[in-house]
Write a protein that binds this ligand. Structure first.
Ligand code: XIL
Length: 320
């Protein structure tokens, strides 16, 4: 029977993908079996293995053991790869976040990092999240060592450095809560314009899609929001989709609502020319970052903790 990536491709998307949890893949064979099925997941993204604290924990000491887990699985299974992430305030080692930098010295640190990591994966990544989460939920620029050192000039700088390191990957800005089309979304539109006005390359905007059951915007409103970005000449994608129940256990009607919410998100991507694909941030409720980050919330994914397909899976399949 048809699986989600096959259905997504038939519906005109490039892929339906998932994040790979590096700690899970070798310890849970049921997890591995589903993840390795390219009919279900045509693309993988490392959940943590390519982040700065994983790839360059101390200055100049590069480590690809974790990041290569996903890259190697994708290669072996004939799946695509999204790559995540370069310039981000979080999971950033202390030597970077607490360093006292001038523009020149931090530029050199960024250039070395980007050249090494993007160079290591050169030619393998469909897209890279070059800058992640540069905007706060209230729409202000997010405070970080990058903003403090460069103001917003670090945005075009990051994209220019990324282009030099891997000229053939798509270069993305990636953030959450863009789906609500409020102040944060306005600022992300401005971000794309800032990068473009500086003459730097930007190819895409990733909507992370960490959403809440019953509070997810409608399919039409989501499509309207995606089109604000495609109107600027960039592609869009849902890059980290999960839709959590705000309280547990979820009733059967809440499960139906969750399914409708997933269908609205995936349907909005199908509706928008220039929305290239959907990636879920894990696929089973057995292994998800949500309960650890949002205590009391969860069951945000498309298989339950016993690896049974949920209503959410079926709802997604019905819009593909
Ligand atoms: C999360 C991972 O899922 C967790 O395992 C980790 O402890 C913290 O980061 N936005 C992002 C992702 O861009 O990298 C985050 O992933 C979730 C929010």
């Amino acid at each position: 029977s048809a699986q989600l990536n096959d259905l997504a491709v038939a519906a005109g998307l490039k892929y339906f993908g998932t994040a790979l949890g590096e700690g899970t893949i070798n310890s849970d064979s049921q997890y591995a079996a589903i993840l390795n099925d390219k009919r279900e997941f045509g693309q993988l993204v490392p959940e943590n293995g390519q982040k700065w604290d994983s790839t360059e924990p101390s200055r100049g000491q590069f480590n690809y053991n974790q990041g290569d887990i996903t890259a190697n699985q994708a290669k072996r299974n004939g799946q695509g790869l999204r790559c995540h992430t370069m310039v981000w305030y979080s999971q950033l080692p202390n030597w970077v976040s607490s360093g006292s930098w001038t523009k020149a010295t931090l530029t050199s640190v960024m250039e070395t990092h980007i050249n090494n990591v993007m160079g290591h994966y050169k030619g393998q990544c469909y897209a890279w999240d070059v800058v992640n989460e540069a905007i706060s939920d209230d729409g202000q620029w997010r405070n970080s060592v990058f903003l403090r050192t460069f103001s917003t000039d670090y945005l075009p700088l990051s994209f220019n450095l990324a282009k030099k390191a891997d000229p053939n990957t798509k270069l993305y800005y990636n953030d959450y809560n863009l789906e609500y089309n409020q102040a944060k979304t306005d600022r992300a539109v401005e971000l794309v314009k800032i990068v473009q006005a500086a003459g730097a390359p930007i190819d895409g905007v990733g909507f992370q899609g960490h959403l809440i059951v019953g509070s997810t915007p409608s399919r039409a409103n989501l499509a309207t929001t995606l089109k604000r970005f495609t109107a600027l000449g960039v592609e869009v994608a849902y890059t980290e989709l999960d839709i959590r129940h705000a309280s547990l256990p979820a009733s059967s009607s809440a499960q139906v609502t969750q399914g409708n919410d997933f269908a609205n998100v995936v349907g909005s991507c199908v509706d928008v020319a220039g929305c290239v694909g959907v990636t879920v941030w894990g696929f089973t409720d057995k292994h998800s970052w949500v309960p650890g980050t949002f205590p009391g919330e969860g069951d945000a994914l498309i298989y339950d903790s016993n690896y049974r397909k949920k209503a959410a899976w079926t709802s997604i399949s019905s819009v593909l």
